[in-house]
Design a protein around this ligand. Structure first.
Ligand SMILES: Cc1cc2nc3c(=O)[nH]c(=O)nc-3n(C[C@H](O)[C@H](O)[C@H](O)COP(=O)(O)OP(=O)(O)OC[C@H]3O[C@@H](n4cnc5c(N)ncnc54)[C@H](O)[C@@H]3O)c2cc1C
Length: 305
């Protein structure tokens, strides 16, 4: 349903939109209010709508690292997956890329691949958007260069909930394992990226090989959010979960993948409650059997009361 007064403007605000289709897990209830801004102007309109109606704001990128509650999300969910634009230039031996936060990582991959540059290998198989890559500091286990998303980034632009835009240099951000701090409480709207423009003619073959390996190790044919838990210091969490005999363990339609123990797959209409209960169960068993605490990488959004 389109809200009449706001429908007059170019941004449509919808009501009661099911969010499962906006997540890679295909799980979750409805957003009370929902929009897909295309550009900075529309994002400002969304923020104004939230302010006028006193609505809390939730940001969704590519939805590949979130568990959305069955009860849904109160307030306004701003999904940035269409907030996308990417430009690049090569100058003095460096490639400079400027992209809006909703640009898919696969679009960034295409730019690096076209120019035969090493980050293409890192980005191969990394789902989600550039903004999610910044916030989560997405990374890979392989010894690629780069291994973490923030190694690519020089600066970001953020928008406050009042619509003010400011730039933040990487040195002023705190970059951690699977998490970046220092941009909050804003919305990441743009990333400026650079990398030495040193072409490697073998990149395409390496990307194909990496994709083959991922396909053989990860359940990419089933809805998931990738790795559910972070690797605890000194351990590989998938090994710990496997060691505890949890592969294949199910609650409802949520199952610890038979292929990769750190993936939970949605077999068929799993609920967020099933999935969360399975996460809690895995944490409990791993603690009991190995005495290691494991924490989630996946972020819960919405109403979990
Ligand atoms: C099959 C599969 C494989 C995966 N493999 C990997 C992997 O190898 N390595 C890895 O690190 N991750 C992996 N992931 C997880 C996920 O793809 C990454 O964490 C990704 O960077 C998340 O981006 P997203 O756009 O989907 O973010 P979302 O899931 O939409 O959001 C994640 C969090 O960031 C916030 N957020 C998103 N965009 C913004 C923004 N612009 N401003 C402010 N906040 C924002 C959201 O509110 C949420 O809290 C995998 C996922 C899947 C499904």
């Amino acid at each position: 349903m389109t809200d009449g007064s706001w429908g007059l403007m170019s941004l449509n605000i919808l009501k009661n939109v099911n969010l499962a289709r906006y997540t890679s897990w295909m799980i979750g209830g409805d957003a009370e209010h929902f929009c897909l801004p295309l550009n900075v102007e529309q994002l400002k309109q969304a923020l104004e709508y939230a302010k006028t109606n006193s609505l809390p704001i939730t940001i969704l990128g590519g939805g590949s690292n979130v568990l959305i509650s069955d009860k849904g999300v109160k307030g306004l969910t701003i999904c940035l997956r269409r907030f996308s634009e990417i430009k690049h230039e090569i100058k003095d031996g460096t490639i400079y890329i400027d992209c809006l936060a909703g640009t898919a990582k696969s679009e960034l991959l295409k730019v690096f691949l076209k120019n035969q540059l090493a980050p293409a290998l890192f980005l191969a198989g990394l789902p989600g958007d550039v903004g999610g890559g910044v916030v989560m500091n997405a990374g890979v286990a392989e010894m690629f260069e780069p291994r973490e998303f923030m190694e690519l980034v020089d600066s970001i632009e953020v928008m406050s909930f009042d619509g003010e835009i400011k730039s933040i240099q990487k040195k002023d951000l705190e970059v951690k394992y699977r998490h970046t701090n220092g941009w909050q409480p804003h919305i990441v709207i743009r990333a400026k990226i650079s990398w030495p423009a040193e072409p490697n003619t073998e990149i395409l073959a390496k990307v194909r090989e990496a994709n083959k390996i991922r396909l053989s190790k990860q359940p990419l044919d089933m809805p998931s959010c990738g790795s559910v838990f972070k690797n605890p210091e000194g351990h590989k969490v998938a090994q710990l979960i496997d060691q505890c005999g949890l592969k294949g363990f199910k609650i409802g339609s949520a199952q610890v993948s038979l292929k990769h123990a750190n993936f939970i797959v949605n077999l068929n209409k799993a609920t967020a409650a099933d999935t969360w209960n399975l996460i809690l169960h895995v944490q409990k068993i791993v603690k009991e059997k190995t005495n290691v605490d494991i924490v989630t990488e996946v972020i819960r959004l919405g109403d979990w009361s």
